[in-house]
Write a protein of this length. Structure first.
Length: 76
């Protein structure tokens, strides 16, 4: 993109706004799933970082070691 392209874009702020809205919509539709502990903890987030799901296997929960579960959630 050269400087003339930027000036042309600035002449039409509605087009820039429309492109920004389309990018937001497309980003929100992206989903990514991460897991840790061999699948004991799984999380799915959207492209806008909204959490769609979180699952924790019962065997990942040890009341005497909450720190481990916290680490697994962070890693997922």
């Amino acid at each position: 993109m050269n400087i003339n392209d930027i000036f042309e874009m600035l002449k039409n702020p509605q087009a820039i706004q429309a492109q920004a809205e389309e990018l937001k919509r497309r980003t929100a539709s992206i989903e990514a799933t991460g897991s840790s502990g061999g699948g004991l903890v799984r999380m799915t987030l959207t492209g806008t970082l909204d959490m769609k799901s979180c699952s924790i296997a019962p065997e990942a929960v040890d009341p005497s070691d909450i720190g481990l579960l916290e680490d697994l959630v962070r890693a997922a």
